[in-house]
Design a protein around this ligand. Structure first.
Ligand code: FAD
Length: 588
């Protein structure tokens, strides 16, 4: 052991030496193997330390939300997210509050406001455990007049239509690749926007229908009305032909969010958002996508794949909240495919020309230079706003924070019988599976004696750009912020997917990296993958990471060959070593 520590020390002080770096990796690997043999009896204790999280007192997040600040600014007695009690360690130590809802003289035990991912899962689970539940859902049309049915953002204007259009774009690419693989295909194939939109919308309508049937079968009362609080136990539902007052013991707010419009001339009149794009009744044509978050990049990606001409306008950075090395690779891979990025640029105005096209004036924020271009479509993807305005939360005494609702680690607002889940809660990943699980676990805690709380840490996610990016755990910069650069080791490598060779697809940006603890057991803090089928690749690793994955375990895992997922098991080069992370061959 002393010899190993000496080797580790030696290799960490002679940082640029490649030989020492591999020596370091090997020694840690051997030391881990030895540890594995000698600590079997100690397993229970180790597991507790793994479950307990990495750094009590700090809340870690990646993906579509950023590291949080350390204090609650509501000034209320609401434990903020990063209250130590909300950390993993505390989650396994603190008893869950036992606020078993008592059946009072109310219309329902539970009213869920919002029939999207979080609201529906909560409502259905609550009914399954004996509660009398109503679920309100109401969609206000977009300025263009687009509206949709029950199911929320994911089903109607989010994950599902987005993934279908992404798939349509990938298929176009695959047809061209097929020719290289010996298929006799017509190389003049082109997509039909109207057929695609019809197919996507038909699928959505079928999901809307199945959702309504499911709610009816499960005895959740679905109310197609806009809910707003009258007092903390009463809401008023604005229906198509009137109004209905409903009382409940408990409320769950799951109203999600909608896209923002910039405050510039012509933005609302002439621009559209993702809420309109998936049902647009004409081809988008040359499109300006304003915003380089995941929604903007995904839309630009599939529009390019479908043969249109997207341009991405970026105010500051690409994919804020994500690992920035990976974010820049994603953008570079898009630029390589012919998607221009207007960087450090903000839009000033949108005007409709006499030919119906849109003249956009914009400014470079660094040089102050003003320029303009003409587009067929302007798509705002500049962020989303929580739908708190219609709720009249003041009447119930629920506090908001930046268009969102702050909750504690049991999704309770500052009013004890009013909860919130999904995109409407402040500072958590805005993702469907997060909303679904949080809603379900909340219902179980309320009505089924469960003690399980939602764990918002290490949530895996994927950006469905033409070359997909998926990650779980910490970004490199967040790991460094948390532990210091000296305590972090980054293993990385470029790779060449076998299936890319024959059609001669660019492998330039196919890249993986593991962000890990430098010493000790070499715990993996974050995994990042840029390449095909990224979500499918990273999902399993997310479970491994949550279970305490270490670099030695990763290196001792036998890959499945030839896959791209196996690249994680082949990682051996550290950034610190300075070695070239480009592979010489695919198979050794
Ligand atoms: P929602 O699903 O938005 O549901 C809220 C519902 O409440 C809506 O129907 C709303 O109209 C209704 N409502 C609002 N106010 C009221 C009121 N006062 N009364 C009654 N009803 C009301 N997530 C992923 O995990 N993977 C992805 O790939 C992905 N892609 C996305 C792509 C796009 C373009 C977008 C926009 C989002 C994407 N998301 C993705 C995010 C995902 O859609 C959301 O995280 C998820 O839908 C949040 O669920 P929710 O229940 O919080 O809210």
């Amino acid at each position: 052991l002393v010899r190993q520590h000496a080797t580790i020390l030696m290799s960490s002080t002679t940082k640029t030496s490649a030989a020492n770096s591999s020596h370091y990796i090997l020694n840690n690997f051997q030391s881990q193997q030895r540890r594995n043999q000698t600590t079997i009896m100690d397993k229970g204790a180790r597991r507790t330390s793994q479950q307990s999280g990495r750094n009590p007192g700090k809340t870690l997040q990646t993906g579509r939300s950023s590291l949080e600040s350390s204090t609650s600014d509501t000034g209320l007695n609401v434990p903020p997210f990063n209250h130590p009690h909300c950390d993993r360690q505390a989650m396994y130590q603190q008893p869950v509050r036992k606020v078993k809802p008592v059946r009072g003289n109310y219309d329902y035990d539970l009213v869920v406001i919002g029939g999207g991912s979080g609201g529906l899962s909560c409502a259905k689970e609550a009914v399954a455990h004996g509660a009398r539940v109503a679920c309100l859902d109401f969609v206000k049309p977009t300025p263009l007049g687009t509206k949709w049915g029950v199911g929320g953002t994911c089903v109607n204007v989010g994950c599902i239509p987005k993934k279908l259009m992404h798939q349509a774009a990938l298929l176009g690419e695959a047809v061209h690749e097929a020719a290289a693989y010996g298929w006799n295909v017509d190389d003049k194939i082109k997509p039909d926007w109207s057929k695609l939109v019809t197919a996507v919308q038909n699928h959505i309508k079928s999901v809307n229908w199945v959702t309504r049937v499911d709610l009816r079968d499960k005895k959740v009362e679905y109310i197609n009305g806009l809910g707003s609080f009258v007092d903390s136990h009463t809401i008023s539902a604005k229906l198509k032909g009137g109004e209905r007052t409903i009382t409940a013991q408990t409320f769950v707010i799951a109203v999600g969010g909608r896209p923002r419009y910039p405050n510039i001339p012509g933005a609302v009149e002439y621009g559209i958002t993702s809420d309109d794009l998936f049902s647009l009744d004409h081809e988008p044509g040359k499109t300006l996508v304003v915003g380089a978050g995941y929604i903007g990049l995904e839309c630009a990606g599939f529009l390019k794949g479908l043969g249109y001409e997207p341009t991405v306008m970026v105010r500051s950075i690409v994919l804020r909240g994500f690992d920035q090395q990976m974010a820049n690779l994603v953008a570079a891979a898009m630029e390589e495919r012919g998607i221009p990025f207007l960087r450090k640029t903000v839009p000033l105005s949108v005007e409709k020309q006499s030919d119906g096209r849109l003249l956009v004036k914009y400014e470079n924020t660094e040089t102050g230079e003003v320029d303009s271009d003409v587009f067929d479509t302007v798509l705002w993807a500049i962020g989303r706003k929580g739908l708190v305005d219609d709720l009249n939360l003041d009447n119930a005494g629920v506090l908001t924070h930046k268009d969102k609702i702050q909750v504690d680690c049991e999704e309770t607002t500052n009013v004890p019988h009013i909860y919130a889940v999904g995109d409407i809660i402040y500072g958590k990943p805005e993702l469907t599976p997060v909303a679904v699980l949080a809603g379900r676990l909340l219902a179980r805690r309320l009505y089924a004696d469960s003690e399980l709380r939602m764990d918002y840490v290490d949530v895996a996610t994927t950006v469905f750009t033409p070359l997909e990016y998926a990650c779980v755990g910490l970004s490199e910069e967040d790991a460094i912020k948390l532990y210091g650069a000296e305590e972090i080791e980054v293993f990385h490598g470029y790779y060449k997917p076998t299936e890319f060779f024959i059609p001669q697809k660019s492998v330039r940006y196919c890249y993986v990296k593991a962000v890990a603890q430098r010493n000790g057991e070499q715990r993996v803090y974050g995994l990042h993958y840029l390449g095909p089928v990224a979500g499918e690749v990273i999902q399993g690793f997310a479970a491994a990471l949550k279970s305490g994955l270490t670099i030695p375990t990763l290196m001792n895992t036998v890959g499945i060959h030839p896959t791209t997922a196996e690249e994680f098991t082949r990682l051996s080069i550290t950034k610190r070593s300075g070695l070239d992370p480009t592979p010489a061959s695919c198979c050794s």
